[in-house]
Design a protein around this ligand. Sequence first.
Ligand code: NAD
Length: 390
Amino acid sequence: MIIEPRVRGFICTTAHPAGCAANVREQIAYVLRNGPIPDCPKRVAVLGCSTGYGLASRIVATFAGGAETIGVSFEREPTEKRTSTAGWYNNRAFEIEAKKIRRSPVTLEGDAFSDEMKAKFIESVREKFGQLDLLVYSMAAPTRTDPDTGQVYRSAIKPLGAPVAIKTLDTETGEVFETTISPASEEEAAATVAVMGGEDWKRWIDQLADAGVLAPGFRTLNYTYIGSELTWPIYWKGTLGRAKVDLDRKAEAIRERLGPDAARVVALKAVVTQASSAIPVVPLYGTVLFKVMKQLGLHEGCIEQIDRLFRTRLGKDAALDEAQRLRVDDWELSPEVQTEVSRRWPLLSTETLGELADLPEYRSQFLRLFGFGIDGVDYAQDVDPRVVPG
Ligand code: NAD
């Protein structure tokens, strides 16, 4: 079939196997250009390994760090007539490339929130790796079923306390408008913490520690976004921020159990991913941020951020912030970037968007997540959606 993007709001319901594979290969090429990372942990797990920051983590650990990896993600498989999720294609492309350098990656697809997946994962680690040196938790999910109670929690991305009026962007039409988002109820806020907070992270680490599959010196990382005042009303001071603060608490609890360096929350910059495009304000903020960071020569996507994390922030002497986090969002939050983004923010309108922000770049990055718009891929070719080219 000929596969074209089918965009519905902030999701694309199709993905291109050759495009996703090319995207994975481009990320690998970037990491290889930067050379090896000799002191990278060698037995690495990535939860949420198929897209965004998790995929980048798996690529950096494997292709620069020389690690063996086990990844977990939630996917839909392809059929003869329907494409899979982009993550399924990415996982296959990653495996093909990793095998070329004689790695033997293990990928488990299913619900990482479930205890069944945790048990299956522990079996695989015992069988293939013995123990783990690093676990990266990079999950972003809209819902979570509590394994103890069966209750389904659904996250709500909303402010807390009072309604918030904020500028936003319709990325399909290019219209900039003000919208008012009503505050979350206590129940919605608690559900968001249950999905996006640290409970599942802690549960993973406890079960792995109980099973004896964590190596001496084991470390775990969990990714967060803090951002700037422009997005705080909806992000850091809203339900999502409350969930992310819970990560700091759980990191502390893991350190108490496993040692003072065992767990770190890592603050990363805003990038276009499937998860971030669903958050109000973030696409508008992103279009301005990308333009400013490009103009200043500071632009980074997932692979550049994670490459910098692994090369410069994993040493024992890496600087921590007041909440014991590692920070790789320093360029985004630098005064030169934030002063310029804040200057442009009040001037943003449908008419000025083209001059002050970079919507075409945002759209192109969004389509690339699904394997579209990538140089060298022949989109006119009839392809079997079940086959990822090697
Ligand atoms: P993403 O949507 O690209 O990736 C999410 C991953 O989670 C995918 O691999 C998906 O398959 C997996 N997943 C979802 N539900 C699952 C389930 N039930 N079981 C197993 N796997 C599941 O998201 P992302 O933007 O890369 O986000 C990853 C982390 O990075 C999040 O913690 C996010 O807050 C953080 N972060 C993102 C940004 C950003 O701008 N995108 C910035 C800073 C931090």
